[in-house]
Structures are given as C-alpha cells and as structure tokens.
Ligand binder design. Sequence first.
Ligand SMILES: Cc1cc2nc3c(=O)[nH]c(=O)nc-3n(C[C@H](O)[C@H](O)[C@H](O)COP(=O)(O)O)c2cc1C
Length: 135
Amino acid sequence: MKYIISYVSTANPNTSRSDMIKLIDFIKYNNKEIGIAGILIYSDGNFFQILEGEKEIVKMMFERIKRDPRHYDIIKMLDKEIIEFNFLDYDSSFTIISDHYSQNKLQQFLKKEKTYNPEHYKSISYLTQKFMKLS
Ligand SMILES: Cc1cc2nc3c(=O)[nH]c(=O)nc-3n(C[C@H](O)[C@H](O)[C@H](O)COP(=O)(O)O)c2cc1C
C-alpha cells in the first residue's frame, strides 16, 4: 500500500551546522536505499518533511524520526494511504529544500491535494506557505 506521512518539527538548537549537513547527506543516501521519497525543508529552525513509500517502511521511518533528539515538538499533518506517489519520479527521489526556495514539485502536490483532498489541503497549504514564506 502506498503511504504518505508529513509533519513539522522544531530543530534542536544544539545540533551543529556540520551535523546537520551530515544528517542531510545520510537521509538522501538512506532514503534512496530503502525506497522512501519526499522532501525535507529546513527553515528558521523548523523542519517540514513529507515521506512517501510503502506503508510499513514509511511508518517505521517516522517512528525512528520521532525519537531523534535532533528535533522535537513534532506535529503530524498527513498520515494516510495514497493512490499514487507524488515524489517518486524525482531524479534523486529525495529533495532537500533550503530557506526561501519555492519548489515546483511541492506546488504540484498541493494542487493535487486541493482537488482530491480539499479537507487536508487547507491546513497543509497554510502551513507550507508560511513555512516557505511564499505568501
Ligand atoms: C528532521 C529529521 C528528519 C529525518 N529524516 C530521515 C529520513 O527521511 N530518512 C532517514 O533514514 N533518516 C531520517 N532521519 C534520521 C533518523 O531519525 C535516524 O537517525 C536515522 O534513520 C538512523 O537511524 P538509526 O540510528 O536507528 O540507524 C531524520 C532525522 C531528523 C532530525
């Protein structure tokens, strides 16, 4: 079953910049290895992440991520089955977006959510727009 989980969280200020770069390199590598796609955005001390893949893998990864001391105050936004993947057709499958960077794929995803999941769309688009400071 295809599955999506997304959340926002607060980065632990004790995590150094070089540890953050190491983490991002690891995530890119590992997600490709285990078949997780999605995005991770870091902005002003907060993370926004979308994880897509087979249900068991995505759930297992989220459990692991939740226990990670490099962030806290995790607020789950989406946790549901999906008909098709939104991010799998990406070259690297997993994209890290840095500050103030508008991302086409995310915009396409939001557009789709608006059509198919209007009840989710409102909250997720509000948060991501704020997050990416697009509004
Ligand atoms: C904000 C954030 C997002 C993360 N996202 C992923 C991820 O998508 N994939 C991944 O393998 N690890 C991710 N991690 C790292 C995991 O929490 C964990 O450290 C890593 O999977 C190694 O797990 P292990 O020490 O149990 O082997 C993330 C960590 C943080 C703080």
